[in-house]
Design a protein around this ligand. Structure first.
Ligand code: PBG
Length: 333
Protein backbone atom coordinates (compact mmCIF):
# COMPACT_ATOMS: atom_id res chain seq x y z
CA UNK A 1 0.00 0.00 0.00
CA UNK A 2 1.25 3.44 -0.90
CA UNK A 3 1.95 5.69 2.09
CA UNK A 4 1.07 9.37 1.80
CA UNK A 5 3.89 11.36 3.36
CA UNK A 6 2.85 13.66 6.19
CA UNK A 7 2.49 17.22 4.88
CA UNK A 8 5.51 19.35 5.63
CA UNK A 9 5.50 21.44 7.68
CA UNK A 10 2.59 19.98 9.60
CA UNK A 11 1.53 23.40 10.82
CA UNK A 12 2.64 26.84 9.69
CA UNK A 13 2.54 28.65 13.04
CA UNK A 14 4.33 31.57 11.42
CA UNK A 15 1.15 32.46 9.49
CA UNK A 16 -0.31 34.32 12.46
CA UNK A 17 3.01 36.01 13.20
CA UNK A 18 3.49 37.58 9.79
CA UNK A 19 2.22 41.12 10.49
CA UNK A 20 1.62 43.36 13.48
CA UNK A 21 -2.11 43.07 12.77
CA UNK A 22 -2.04 39.27 12.98
CA UNK A 23 0.15 39.33 16.06
CA UNK A 24 -2.30 41.72 17.72
CA UNK A 25 -5.25 39.55 16.71
CA UNK A 26 -3.92 36.38 18.33
CA UNK A 27 -2.23 38.00 21.34
CA UNK A 28 -3.33 36.08 24.45
CA UNK A 29 -2.41 38.59 27.14
CA UNK A 30 -2.39 42.34 27.47
CA UNK A 31 -0.61 44.77 29.72
CA UNK A 32 -2.32 48.06 30.53
CA UNK A 33 -1.93 50.84 33.08
CA UNK A 34 -4.82 49.21 34.98
CA UNK A 35 -2.46 46.39 35.94
CA UNK A 36 0.01 48.60 37.77
CA UNK A 37 0.65 49.40 41.40
CA UNK A 38 3.45 51.92 41.89
CA UNK A 39 5.63 51.60 45.02
CA UNK A 40 7.15 54.94 46.09
CA UNK A 41 9.49 56.03 48.89
CA UNK A 42 8.53 58.91 51.17
CA UNK A 43 10.94 60.95 53.27
CA UNK A 44 10.58 64.05 55.40
CA UNK A 45 11.34 67.63 54.35
CA UNK A 46 9.99 69.71 51.51
CA UNK A 47 10.75 69.94 47.81
CA UNK A 48 13.02 66.90 48.00
CA UNK A 49 13.60 64.23 45.37
CA UNK A 50 16.64 62.28 46.49
CA UNK A 51 18.02 59.51 44.25
CA UNK A 52 18.32 55.95 45.59
CA UNK A 53 21.77 54.92 44.28
CA UNK A 54 21.01 51.20 43.94
CA UNK A 55 17.75 51.90 42.05
CA UNK A 56 18.57 54.16 39.07
CA UNK A 57 15.61 56.42 38.28
CA UNK A 58 13.96 55.90 41.69
CA UNK A 59 13.89 58.74 44.23
CA UNK A 60 12.76 59.32 47.80
CA UNK A 61 10.24 62.14 47.79
CA UNK A 62 9.07 64.54 50.45
CA UNK A 63 5.29 64.59 50.98
CA UNK A 64 4.70 67.56 48.63
CA UNK A 65 6.59 65.76 45.86
CA UNK A 66 4.73 62.51 46.55
CA UNK A 67 1.48 64.38 45.96
CA UNK A 68 2.82 65.61 42.59
CA UNK A 69 3.88 62.07 41.73
CA UNK A 70 0.44 60.72 42.67
CA UNK A 71 -1.14 63.33 40.36
CA UNK A 72 1.08 62.20 37.48
CA UNK A 73 0.37 58.54 38.18
CA UNK A 74 -3.39 59.12 38.25
CA UNK A 75 -3.15 61.04 34.97
CA UNK A 76 -1.32 58.06 33.45
CA UNK A 77 -4.17 55.78 34.54
CA UNK A 78 -2.24 54.01 37.31
CA UNK A 79 -4.89 52.90 39.82
CA UNK A 80 -2.79 52.45 42.98
CA UNK A 81 0.21 54.08 44.63
CA UNK A 82 1.94 52.16 47.43
CA UNK A 83 3.78 54.10 50.15
CA UNK A 84 7.03 53.10 51.85
CA UNK A 85 8.50 55.48 54.41
CA UNK A 86 12.19 56.21 54.80
CA UNK A 87 12.30 56.64 58.56
CA UNK A 88 14.82 58.87 60.25
CA UNK A 89 17.16 56.70 62.39
CA UNK A 90 16.20 58.80 65.45
CA UNK A 91 12.61 57.48 65.15
CA UNK A 92 13.63 53.80 65.14
CA UNK A 93 13.05 52.21 68.54
CA UNK A 94 12.72 48.79 70.10
CA UNK A 95 8.97 49.24 70.67
CA UNK A 96 8.44 50.56 67.10
CA UNK A 97 5.86 53.09 68.36
CA UNK A 98 6.35 55.33 65.33
CA UNK A 99 4.60 52.61 63.29
CA UNK A 100 1.19 53.61 64.69
CA UNK A 101 1.83 57.31 65.22
CA UNK A 102 -1.16 58.96 63.48
CA UNK A 103 1.23 61.66 62.24
CA UNK A 104 4.02 59.44 60.96
CA UNK A 105 5.35 60.01 57.46
CA UNK A 106 3.25 57.32 55.80
CA UNK A 107 0.03 58.62 57.37
CA UNK A 108 0.85 62.23 56.52
CA UNK A 109 1.51 61.25 52.91
CA UNK A 110 -1.74 59.27 52.80
CA UNK A 111 -3.78 62.23 54.00
CA UNK A 112 -2.07 64.63 51.60
CA UNK A 113 -2.65 62.36 48.58
CA UNK A 114 -6.28 61.66 49.58
CA UNK A 115 -6.94 65.37 49.71
CA UNK A 116 -5.22 66.31 46.44
CA UNK A 117 -5.69 63.20 44.26
CA UNK A 118 -8.77 61.40 45.55
CA UNK A 119 -9.08 59.19 42.48
CA UNK A 120 -5.89 57.19 43.10
CA UNK A 121 -6.11 54.34 45.60
CA UNK A 122 -3.49 54.27 48.35
CA UNK A 123 -1.82 51.10 49.55
CA UNK A 124 0.25 51.06 52.74
CA UNK A 125 2.76 48.59 54.13
CA UNK A 126 2.17 46.83 57.42
CA UNK A 127 5.43 45.63 59.00
CA UNK A 128 7.67 46.99 61.70
CA UNK A 129 10.96 47.06 59.81
CA UNK A 130 11.11 50.78 58.93
CA UNK A 131 10.60 51.61 62.62
CA UNK A 132 12.54 48.82 64.26
CA UNK A 133 15.98 49.50 65.69
CA UNK A 134 17.15 46.07 64.46
CA UNK A 135 15.53 46.20 61.01
CA UNK A 136 13.22 43.21 61.56
CA UNK A 137 9.53 43.04 60.66
CA UNK A 138 8.64 41.94 64.19
CA UNK A 139 9.71 42.41 67.79
CA UNK A 140 12.96 40.67 68.67
CA UNK A 141 13.58 39.21 72.12
CA UNK A 142 16.68 37.09 72.80
CA UNK A 143 17.25 36.70 69.07
CA UNK A 144 13.69 35.38 68.48
CA UNK A 145 11.03 37.18 66.42
CA UNK A 146 7.90 37.22 68.60
CA UNK A 147 4.79 36.35 66.61
CA UNK A 148 1.72 37.19 68.67
CA UNK A 149 3.12 40.35 70.29
CA UNK A 150 4.10 41.56 66.82
CA UNK A 151 0.59 40.89 65.50
CA UNK A 152 -0.85 43.18 68.21
CA UNK A 153 1.47 45.95 67.05
CA UNK A 154 0.64 45.33 63.38
CA UNK A 155 -3.06 45.72 64.20
CA UNK A 156 -2.35 49.16 65.70
CA UNK A 157 -0.29 50.08 62.67
CA UNK A 158 -2.99 48.93 60.22
CA UNK A 159 -5.69 50.82 62.12
CA UNK A 160 -3.68 54.04 62.04
CA UNK A 161 -3.23 53.61 58.27
CA UNK A 162 -6.94 53.01 57.72
CA UNK A 163 -7.73 56.02 59.91
CA UNK A 164 -5.45 58.16 57.69
CA UNK A 165 -7.35 56.98 54.60
CA UNK A 166 -5.49 53.97 53.19
CA UNK A 167 -7.61 51.98 50.74
CA UNK A 168 -5.46 48.85 50.65
CA UNK A 169 -3.61 47.52 53.67
CA UNK A 170 -0.59 45.43 52.69
CA UNK A 171 0.75 43.26 55.51
CA UNK A 172 4.29 42.34 54.40
CA UNK A 173 5.56 40.99 57.72
CA UNK A 174 4.79 37.24 57.38
CA UNK A 175 3.69 36.78 61.00
CA UNK A 176 1.07 34.07 61.50
CA UNK A 177 -2.50 35.21 62.13
CA UNK A 178 -2.04 38.84 61.19
CA UNK A 179 -4.62 38.90 58.41
CA UNK A 180 -7.40 37.65 60.69
CA UNK A 181 -6.39 40.00 63.50
CA UNK A 182 -6.23 43.02 61.19
CA UNK A 183 -9.51 42.15 59.47
CA UNK A 184 -11.31 41.76 62.83
CA UNK A 185 -9.95 45.08 64.07
CA UNK A 186 -10.85 46.92 60.86
CA UNK A 187 -14.42 45.59 61.04
CA UNK A 188 -14.75 46.54 64.70
CA UNK A 189 -13.52 50.07 63.95
CA UNK A 190 -16.02 50.50 61.12
CA UNK A 191 -13.45 50.30 58.31
CA UNK A 192 -15.54 47.74 56.48
CA UNK A 193 -14.49 48.91 53.01
CA UNK A 194 -10.76 48.85 53.59
CA UNK A 195 -9.26 46.04 51.53
CA UNK A 196 -6.36 43.79 52.47
CA UNK A 197 -3.74 42.67 49.99
CA UNK A 198 -1.78 40.06 51.84
CA UNK A 199 1.88 39.50 51.07
CA UNK A 200 0.86 35.87 51.30
CA UNK A 201 3.80 34.10 49.68
CA UNK A 202 6.75 36.26 50.55
CA UNK A 203 10.14 34.62 50.25
CA UNK A 204 13.34 35.28 52.17
CA UNK A 205 15.03 36.80 49.15
CA UNK A 206 18.32 38.38 48.18
CA UNK A 207 16.39 40.55 45.72
CA UNK A 208 15.21 42.98 48.44
CA UNK A 209 18.67 44.52 48.89
CA UNK A 210 18.12 47.85 47.10
CA UNK A 211 14.76 48.34 48.87
CA UNK A 212 16.42 48.05 52.24
CA UNK A 213 18.82 50.82 51.12
CA UNK A 214 15.88 52.91 49.95
CA UNK A 215 14.06 52.75 53.30
CA UNK A 216 17.27 52.93 55.31
CA UNK A 217 16.91 49.46 56.83
CA UNK A 218 20.00 47.70 55.46
CA UNK A 219 22.41 49.11 58.02
CA UNK A 220 19.95 48.33 60.78
CA UNK A 221 19.16 44.70 59.89
CA UNK A 222 20.71 42.18 62.26
CA UNK A 223 20.82 38.69 60.78
CA UNK A 224 18.27 37.62 58.16
CA UNK A 225 14.52 37.02 57.85
CA UNK A 226 14.55 33.26 57.29
CA UNK A 227 12.51 32.42 60.41
CA UNK A 228 9.46 34.25 59.05
CA UNK A 229 9.82 34.72 55.29
CA UNK A 230 9.51 31.61 53.09
CA UNK A 231 12.25 29.28 51.92
CA UNK A 232 12.83 29.78 48.16
CA UNK A 233 12.85 25.98 47.81
CA UNK A 234 9.15 25.69 48.68
CA UNK A 235 6.03 25.82 46.56
CA UNK A 236 3.23 23.83 48.31
CA UNK A 237 3.83 25.96 51.39
CA UNK A 238 2.98 29.07 49.36
CA UNK A 239 -0.44 27.59 48.63
CA UNK A 240 -0.99 26.94 52.34
CA UNK A 241 -0.10 30.57 53.10
CA UNK A 242 -2.49 31.86 50.45
CA UNK A 243 -5.33 29.58 51.51
CA UNK A 244 -4.90 30.58 55.14
CA UNK A 245 -4.81 34.31 54.32
CA UNK A 246 -7.95 34.10 52.17
CA UNK A 247 -9.73 32.26 54.98
CA UNK A 248 -8.65 34.99 57.41
CA UNK A 249 -10.08 37.77 55.24
CA UNK A 250 -7.57 38.83 52.56
CA UNK A 251 -9.27 40.32 49.49
CA UNK A 252 -6.21 39.99 47.28
CA UNK A 253 -2.98 38.05 47.57
CA UNK A 254 0.57 38.68 46.47
CA UNK A 255 3.60 36.64 45.50
CA UNK A 256 6.97 38.25 46.16
CA UNK A 257 9.55 38.49 44.57
CA UNK A 258 8.14 38.25 41.06
CA UNK A 259 10.29 37.08 38.15
CA UNK A 260 11.98 34.12 39.90
CA UNK A 261 8.57 33.01 41.29
CA UNK A 262 6.29 32.97 38.24
CA UNK A 263 5.59 29.29 38.88
CA UNK A 264 4.12 30.29 42.25
CA UNK A 265 1.95 32.98 40.63
CA UNK A 266 0.57 30.39 38.24
CA UNK A 267 -0.14 27.83 40.97
CA UNK A 268 -1.82 30.41 43.19
CA UNK A 269 -4.08 31.71 40.41
CA UNK A 270 -5.04 28.20 39.30
CA UNK A 271 -5.69 26.98 42.83
CA UNK A 272 -7.71 29.88 44.23
CA UNK A 273 -9.04 32.17 41.45
CA UNK A 274 -8.64 35.21 43.69
CA UNK A 275 -7.13 38.54 42.63
CA UNK A 276 -3.44 37.66 42.44
CA UNK A 277 -0.56 40.11 42.30
CA UNK A 278 3.19 39.86 42.02
CA UNK A 279 5.79 42.26 43.35
CA UNK A 280 8.61 42.86 40.89
CA UNK A 281 10.97 43.83 43.68
CA UNK A 282 13.82 46.29 43.97
CA UNK A 283 16.56 43.83 42.98
CA UNK A 284 14.68 42.80 39.85
CA UNK A 285 14.30 46.46 38.89
CA UNK A 286 17.96 47.14 39.66
CA UNK A 287 19.16 44.24 37.51
CA UNK A 288 17.22 45.40 34.46
CA UNK A 289 18.29 49.03 34.94
CA UNK A 290 21.94 48.16 35.49
CA UNK A 291 22.12 45.98 32.39
CA UNK A 292 20.30 48.63 30.36
CA UNK A 293 22.62 51.40 31.56
CA UNK A 294 25.58 49.30 30.47
CA UNK A 295 24.04 48.88 27.04
CA UNK A 296 23.79 45.13 27.57
CA UNK A 297 20.03 44.89 27.09
CA UNK A 298 17.30 47.15 25.71
CA UNK A 299 15.85 48.41 29.00
CA UNK A 300 12.46 49.47 27.62
CA UNK A 301 11.86 46.17 25.88
CA UNK A 302 13.04 44.17 28.89
CA UNK A 303 10.70 46.20 31.11
CA UNK A 304 7.62 45.46 28.99
CA UNK A 305 8.58 41.82 28.46
CA UNK A 306 9.15 41.23 32.17
CA UNK A 307 5.78 42.76 33.06
CA UNK A 308 3.91 40.87 30.35
CA UNK A 309 5.36 37.66 31.79
CA UNK A 310 3.41 38.30 35.00
CA UNK A 311 0.16 38.57 33.06
CA UNK A 312 0.97 35.35 31.21
CA UNK A 313 1.65 33.65 34.54
CA UNK A 314 -1.88 34.53 35.65
CA UNK A 315 -1.37 37.70 37.68
CA UNK A 316 -4.07 40.35 37.73
CA UNK A 317 -1.55 43.08 38.37
CA UNK A 318 2.02 43.90 39.32
CA UNK A 319 3.69 46.11 41.88
CA UNK A 320 6.57 47.61 39.94
CA UNK A 321 8.96 50.54 40.17
CA UNK A 322 8.56 50.75 36.38
CA UNK A 323 4.88 51.74 36.73
CA UNK A 324 5.10 55.34 35.43
CA UNK A 325 7.66 54.50 32.71
CA UNK A 326 5.65 51.58 31.40
CA UNK A 327 2.36 53.48 31.62
CA UNK A 328 3.93 56.29 29.58
CA UNK A 329 5.21 53.81 27.05
CA UNK A 330 1.86 52.05 26.74
CA UNK A 331 0.10 55.40 26.29
CA UNK A 332 2.26 56.30 23.28
CA UNK A 333 2.07 52.97 21.49
C1 PBG B 1 9.38 44.98 54.44
C2 PBG B 1 9.29 44.97 52.97
C3 PBG B 1 10.33 44.60 52.12
C4 PBG B 1 9.91 44.85 50.83
C5 PBG B 1 8.60 45.33 50.90
N1 PBG B 1 8.22 45.38 52.24
C6 PBG B 1 11.72 44.15 52.43
C7 PBG B 1 11.97 43.03 53.33
O1 PBG B 1 11.11 42.17 53.56
O2 PBG B 1 13.08 43.01 53.84
C8 PBG B 1 10.77 44.64 49.63
C9 PBG B 1 10.38 45.32 48.37
C10 PBG B 1 11.44 45.40 47.34
O3 PBG B 1 12.52 44.80 47.44
O4 PBG B 1 11.19 46.10 46.35
N2 PBG B 1 8.42 44.43 55.21
Amino acid sequence: MKQTPAPFPSARLRRTRQTAAFRGLVRENTLTADDLIWPVFVRDGEGIEEPVPSMPGVVRRSVDKIVEAAREAADLGIPVICLFPYTDPSLKTEDCAEAWNPDNLSNRATRAIKEAVPEIAIMTDVALDPYNINGHDGFVVDGQILNDETVEALVKQALSQAEAGADIIGPSDMMDGRIGAIRTALEAAGHTNVTIMSYAAKYASAFYGPFRDAVGASGALKGDKTTYQMDPANSDEALRCVSRDIAEGADMVMVKPGMPYLDICRRVKESFQVPTFAYQVSGEYAMIMAAAQNGWIDGDKAMVESLMAFKRAGCDGILTYFAPSVARKLATR
